[in-house]
Write a protein that binds this ligand. Structure first.
Ligand code: ADP
Ligand code: MG
Length: 462
């Protein structure tokens, strides 16, 4: 019928505008490398902030004692305590708790958000067991993983540049987030010192390095997306401080804000961006990360519905922004039942759409595939950009260099098609020989442990 023909046209057009051939991905990678240089050259030199983290050395394995970590950066926050064994001791014991953040706390006042976090942390501290207490007379120390763009002023202070990922509290912007947290801890009567402020990418890098000495890059693919890596201090022209002894500095790229004319963006991406809390910002993040993939998918389905794909009226639920989360999209994408039952059930339960034909459901799965594949391949291209900047995209004569990328985030962890597509694409981009020297390691909650490790190496009792 005419309706089906029109639907197929939309599919075709969408597929076409999302194409990511290798030639295009290489342009994206090159653009990433160029922007990295620009962001390191001067403050404000690029959309990539390339933030200096004040982490000039990663964990060595000698870290020792009880440390806390608090991880705030998305839909949940985590509190964690670890007992580090010192030289070759490893992690002797660890406990954590995950708490979801009520949406109203993400857009209310600064004090409300930090009070909520501090209160949860206080409850967790109150549950310390006898063999899991700080040395007497010592303050508890905390690594604060805070996954938003922060201009650091030292290892344990930094001002918030802006919120991302659905958080929006104007009064926090420009404030020192460690001071905000410390005040909230005081209001709770909780005596604790924030010894390190780290981005989740930096925490993941530190945790990854502790587990595997070849880790030099970290990438987060969760609600949002970001990356960090170890840079040579001399290659950071905008750094005017003393060169660190190690000669190195970890850079928090804030790669979510990358954009390039080479990115294949569609009308759906434009609309999503325009209607987002942060229009014009985080464009790369908006095509590759978990917060947005399901929403892009919903927008395409909505367009189909306007062509009467689901009957004469657009199903009202389909008009609700963010009603289709990426986990649901992923479940549909992975539906292996012959009649696509998972797709049918989700359409019915979430969107109140019933009576879809198998043919329609196949088209819907195809949309999932297009959206996820584009995101995965673009993140592989970004990764190639970093490897190029580090000179690790080629093999040097006589060198047996290994490069390990610590990867974390719910999207990478749970969306198998996405993960496979990313890994295959990276292989394709690097070629077989180089690929043997590069490894992606899933670092399960490395960022919490990493923050605790950095709190340990910056302890006031050292
Ligand atoms: P955060 O990024 O908020 O710190 P996570 O790393 O746990 O938290 O990532 C959570 C994100 O991962 C979710 O917002 C969602 O987009 C994505 N995600 C979680 N589970 C799945 C799943 N089963 N399939 C696809 N994506 C998922
Ligand atoms: Mg996280």
């Amino acid at each position: 019928s005419g309706k089906w023909v029109k639907a197929m046209e939309i599919v075709k057009e969408f597929e076409e505008s999302c194409r990511t051939p290798i030639s295009k991905l290489k342009q994206v990678a090159d653009a990433m490398t160029v922007e990295m240089h620009a962001g390191l050259a001067s403050e404000g030199g690029s959309k990539l902030k390339m933030l200096i983290t004040y982490v000039d050395s990663l964990p060595t394995g000698n870290e020792k004692g009880l440390f806390y970590a608090l991880d705030l950066g998305g839909t949940n926050f985590r509190v964690l305590r670890v007992l580090l064994g010192g030289k070759d001791g490893g992690i002797l014991k660890q406990q954590f708790k995950e708490v979801s953040i009520p949406p109203n706390k993400m857009t209310g006042s600064s004090a409300e958000l930090f009070d909520y976090i501090a209160a949860e942390l206080a409850k967790f501290v109150a549950q310390e067991e006898d063999d899991f207490k700080p040395t007497s007379g010592r303050l508890r120390e905390l690594g604060f993983t805070f996954s938003f763009p922060v201009m650091q002023t030292s290892i344990a202070s930094g001002t918030l540049l802006r919120w991302t990922k659905g958080f929006s509290i104007d009064e926090t912007v420009g404030q020192d987030v460690v001071a905000e947290l410390t005040k909230a801890l005081e209001r709770q009567g909780l005596e604790m010192r924030v010894s390190a402020l780290v981005n989740d990418t930096v925490g993941t890098l530190a945790g990854g390095k502790y587990a595997n000495n070849d880790v030099v890059v970290s990438v987060i693919l969760g609600t949002g997306s970001n990356a960090a890596y170890v840079e040579r201090a001399q290659a950071i022209p905008k750094w005017h401080g003393l060169l660190p002894k190690s000669g190195e500095m970890v850079i928090n790229m804030e790669w979510g804000n990358f954009r390039s004319s080479h990115l294949p963006l569609t009308e759906y991406d434009q609309a999503l961006d325009a209607e987002s809390l942060n229009p014009g910002e985080q464009i790369y993040e908006k095509v590759i990360s978990g917060m947005y993939l399901g929403e892009i998918f919903r927008r395409v389905l909505c367009r189909m519905a306007e062509e009467a794909f689901f009957g004469d009226v657009v199903p009202p639920k389909l008009k609700e922004p963010f009603i289709l989360g990426t986990p649901v999209m992923s479940a549909m994408h992975h539906d292996t039942s012959p009649d696509l039952k998972v797709v049918a059930n989700n359409l019915k339960d979430i969107l109140e759409i019933s009576n879809t034909s198998l043919k329609m459901r196949k088209v819907i799965v195809q949309f999932c595939d297009i959206v996820a594949t584009r995101g995965a391949r673009l993140s592989a291209a970004g990764l190639l950009g970093i490897l190029k900047k580090m000179g690790r995209d080629t093999i040097k004569e006589g060198e047996k260099q290994k490069t390990v990328i610590a990867m974390d985030g719910g999207l990478y962890e749970h969306y198998e098609e996405y993960r496979n597509s990313l890994e295959n694409c990276l292989k394709e981009l690097l070629g077989e020989e180089v690929c043997k020297t590069i490894k992606i390691e899933h670092s399960n909650d490395g960022s919490g442990i990493g923050a605790a490790l950095l709190a340990a190496s910056h302890s006031q009792y050292l």
